[in-house]
Design a protein around this ligand. Structure first.
Ligand code: ADP
Length: 226
C-alpha cells in the first residue's frame, strides 16, 4: 500500500506574550493513498493547525510532514504553494470564495494558476457535477451557504487533487445540505481515489470515514478504524 501522508513526531509551538504555547505535541500517523480519515476532538485541541501542517499551509516547529513523498518542512513557502497547487485540494468551513469573482471564475482560478487548457469548459463541467451549472454567473453573496460550499468543492476538485483536506466542511450547513456535500466528497474518493482528510464535529460524517483519529490538548489520543 502506498503512503500519501506521513506525519512524524510533529510539534507546533506559537510564541505569545512572553510564553511558548505548544499546540501540537509529538503527533505521529500515516495515511494510505485513497483512504478516508476524520480528525475529531474538542475545540482548541489543535485539529485545524494539524490540517494546515499536513496540507503545507504552514510548517511544523519539530518533526516532519511528508506529502506524496515530498518533505514539506524543507521547502520554501513558494515551493509548498506549488506542491499544494499540484496535489492538494482544501475546503474551509467558511468556504473562502473570492467575493469579487463569480462561481465560474472562482473555479477557474486554480486551473489558470496551473496554466491549463480548456479552463472554462472544464470549470463549467465541474460546476455541473456539483449541481450548480445554472448558478455559474452568480457571485458568492448571491448564493446560499450550501451552494457556496459546492462551488468551493468544484474549485478544490479542479486540479484533480491526490488528497483533499476539509476543515469542518459541514460546519455552517443544515443537515440536508450537509448530506449533499458529504456525498460529493465520498463520490470523489470513490471515483477518483482522492484521499480525504476531514476535520469535523459531525459524528455522522466521521462515522463514514474508514478511520478516525482523535486529538486532545495537542496530543493524538486515539486512532481507530470504523
Ligand atoms: P481546533 O481546530 O482543534 O479548534 P486550532 O488548531 O484552531 O484548534 O487551535 C489550537 C490552539 O492553537 C488554540 O489554542 C489556538 O488559540 C492556538 N492557535 C492557533 N493558531 C494560532 C496562532 N497563529 N498563533 C497563536 N496561537 C494559535
Amino acid at each position: 500500500m502506498e503512503t500519501i501522508l506521513n506525519v512524524k513526531n510533529v510539534s507546533k509551538m506559537y510564541q505569545g506574550a512572553g510564553e511558548t504555547l505548544t499546540v501540537l505535541n509529538d503527533v505521529n500517523f500515516s495515511v494510505e493513498a485513497g483512504s478516508t480519515l476524520s480528525i475529531v476532538g474538542p475545540s482548541g485541541s489543535g485539529k485545524t493547525t494539524l490540517l494546515g501542517l499536513c496540507a503545507g499551509l504552514d510548517r511544523s516547529s519539530k518533526g516532519s510532514v511528508e506529502l506524496n513523498n515530498i518533505k514539506l518542512d524543507q521547502l520554501s513557502e513558494d515551493e509548498r504553494a506549488q506542491v499544494r497547487n499540484r496535489y492538494v485540494g482544501f475546503i474551509f468551513q467558511n468556504f473562502q470564495l473570492l467575493p469579487t469573482l463569480t462561481a465560474l471564475e472562482n473555479v477557474m482560478v486554480p486551473l489558470e494558476l496551473r496554466g491549463e487548457k480548456n479552463i472554462r469548459a472544464r470549470s463549467i463541467s465541474l460546476l455541473d457535477k456539483v449541481g450548480l451549472r445554472n448558478r455559474m454567473h452568480h457571485y458568492p453573496a448571491q448564493l446560499s451557504g450550501g451552494e457556496q460550499q459546492r462551488v468551493s468543492l468544484a474549485r478544490a476538485f479542479s486540479n484533480s487533487p491526490r488528497i483533499l483536506f476539509a476543515d469542518e466542511p459541514t460546519g455552517n450547513l443544515d443537515v440536508e445540505t450537509s448530506d449533499k456535500v458529504i456525498k460529493l466528497l465520498f463520490d470523489l474518493n470513490q471515483e477518483a481515489g482522492t484521499t480525504l482528510i476531514i476535520v469535523t464535529h459531525n459524528l455522522e460524517l466521521a462515522s463514514q470515514t474508514k478511520r478516525i483519529i482523535k486529538i486532545k490538548g495537542g496530543h493524538l489520543v486515539a486512532d481507530e478504524l470504523n
